[in-house]
Design a protein around this ligand. Sequence first.
Ligand SMILES: [Zn+2]
Length: 148
Amino acid sequence: MSDGMTSQAQLPAFEVETLGESSGHCGCCGNESRRVWGMVHHQGGPTVAAYWMHWTAGHLSEPGANLDLVIGKWGDGTDAHDRVGVALVHRQLEDGTPSFMVVDADDRFSNVDLASTALKRRDVINTHLAEQVFSVVDAIYLQGSRFF
Ligand SMILES: [Zn+2]
């Protein structure tokens, strides 16, 4: 099951800014795990999202990598109520195709005070927000693909 494939042909309308990265070890297998975070901005315009990507070598097809987004309005006069948390899982399919699936955010944003609400899968799929989420995800994947 997959909600979105990256569209390599399109020029991204967003600019991805990496703010930091760290590494650790997976609790189950000891493989190296990596975390990368940053911001996504409209090309030459306002910020649209913050993201955190977390993955472990050897787990890219199953269970996959986590991509957490806080998406909405940023900047002066905005607060956590202007933004929502959306959680995705990235998987490398058998033929090498990357896919992203929206999952229930549950407690993935419990340590993040940037968003007042963490959305369930059903709150995102087939909404206008989903289009925006996948545009942002495309940009992160295309401009951040060196991370995988
Ligand atoms: Zn592991």
